[in-house]
Design a protein around this ligand. Structure first.
Ligand SMILES: *[C@@H]1O[C@H](CO)[C@@H](O)[C@H](O)[C@H]1NC(C)=O
Ligand SMILES: *[C@@H]1O[C@H](CO)[C@@H](O)[C@H](O)[C@H]1NC(C)=O
Length: 361
């Protein structure tokens, strides 16, 4: 009986060998996946907090809204304006005019690259710079992360934030705040009393989603020939403007995503075709909820004679009432609400036509 023990032991050892092969990949990190950067761990915690808070607040909101029935609180849905910038907010005075008198209908959040010295604009922007901001760089996934941080902070900050409009320091409004708010919530109930039957939370996101761009093949293989597979086959790869206006439902969808982010965060091998932020959001939303998106953006941009991936930069002498009317025009049944790109010295001529032209309607 005793003499069989060594045999049993070695037999067990032999048995455990294949187990080692099964477990090894889980014990040792796989070679091709980069370890998460500390910033990325902070992001993951933030995004998780936002999605969890949102799922618990919808049930607690049922109770609080019911208790408000019959009272006059009647809160209206808000627009979260997400400013993504790496330089001064030169058009802050124009935006200030835009927001004026609508305090209960919007919130502002600014993601400013902390490695750049930026003059704080004060006014409605005071205290609105988010502490979660990190360095952002062109041709890298940092612009995706910055947009997601803005979405997460805005979700956590105010349950009334119902649309999330991403803009940059070069964007200007083309209409009054009232016009923008009415446009976004046009077919919707204005009261949150009926939040669970209200169509506004289920309304569409305004995000450009294109599948016929001639640059798509080069952009798709920017990280290597099969780098996007199997999560993103070429047939599902999309492009669109970086500047979107998302519903709360889609903001949460973006914050929950890990699968596509693991692909889009990979560094590009071909920097000339590297615009991750123009692909991540349109691809994700087109895969997850194409019918929930308009497929067009609300931000007008002029790509005529574009250079090095930069669109036309409007100069002060181009600013006029006619330009504003022209920029509003689209080919469909809506008007553009925002436009880019304007050079900082356009502020003066824009302020001169603000009341009579830009914010007239
Ligand atoms: C677009 O930019 C071009 C110059 O690159 C300019 O000639 C044209 O007028 C601009 N279009 C609009 C609508 O501003
Ligand atoms: C409208 O469509 C025409 C033709 O496709 C195009 O040249 C023009 O740029 C479009 N205008 C806008 C505002 O999208």
């Amino acid at each position: 009986m005793f003499s069989s023990t060594p045999f049993v032991l070695s037999f067990l050892l032999l048995l455990s060998l294949p187990l080692l092969f099964v477990l090894a990949p889980q014990i040792l990190p796989p070679k091709d996946v980069p370890l998460p950067h500390p910033d990325e761990l902070d992001d993951l915690a933030l995004f998780r907090k936002a999605t969890l808070a949102s799922s618990s607040s919808s049930s607690s909101r049922t109770r609080s809204t019911h208790s408000h029935l019959g009272t006059n609180t009647n809160p209206k849905p808000k627009i979260a304006f997400l400013f993504l910038t790496n330089s001064d907010l030169s058009f802050a005075p124009l935006w200030e005019k835009f927001f004026h008198g609508n305090r209960h209908l919007y919130n502002i959040y600014v993601h400013a690259d902390p490695s750049v010295k930026i003059t704080p604009p004060g006014g409605v922007f005071q205290g609105r710079f988010i502490k979660e901001a990190r360095k952002t760089e062109r041709a890298s996934p940092t612009l995706i992360s910055a947009a997601r941080r803005l979405l997460a902070v805005a979700i956590l900050d105010d349950p009334l934030n119902s649309y999330f409009a991403l803009v940059s320091q070069h964007c200007i409004p083309l209409h009054s705040f009232r016009f923008v708010h009415n446009f976004l919530f046009r077919n919707t109930l204005s009261s949150l009393k009926d939040v669970f039957s209200s169509p506004f939370l289920k309304d569409q996101s305004f995000i450009e989603i294109l599948s016929d761009d001639p640059n798509l093949p080069d952009r798709y293989i920017a990280r290597g020939d099969n780098a996007m597979l199997p999560e993103v086959p070429f047939e599902q790869f999309r492009v669109g403007s970086q500047f979107f206006t998302l519903t709360r439902k889609h903001a949460l969808l973006v914050l929950r995503d890990i699968r596509l982010w693991r692909k889009f965060r990979l560094p590009c091998l071909n920097i000339d075709s590297c615009y991750p932020e123009e692909h991540y959001f349109p691809t994700l939303l087109s895969m997850e909820d194409p019918k929930g998106c308009t497929h067009y953006t609300l931000t007008r941009v002029n790509w005529t004679d574009s250079f090095d991936g930069h669109p036309h930069l409007y100069a002060p002498e181009e600013v006029s009432a006619e330009l504003v009317y022209k920029l509003r025009e689209s080919n469909s049944s809506y008007s553009f609400l925002f436009a880019r790109k304007f050079s900082p010295d356009c502020l003066k001529p824009l302020m001169e036509i603000a009341d009579d032209v830009v914010f007239r309607e």
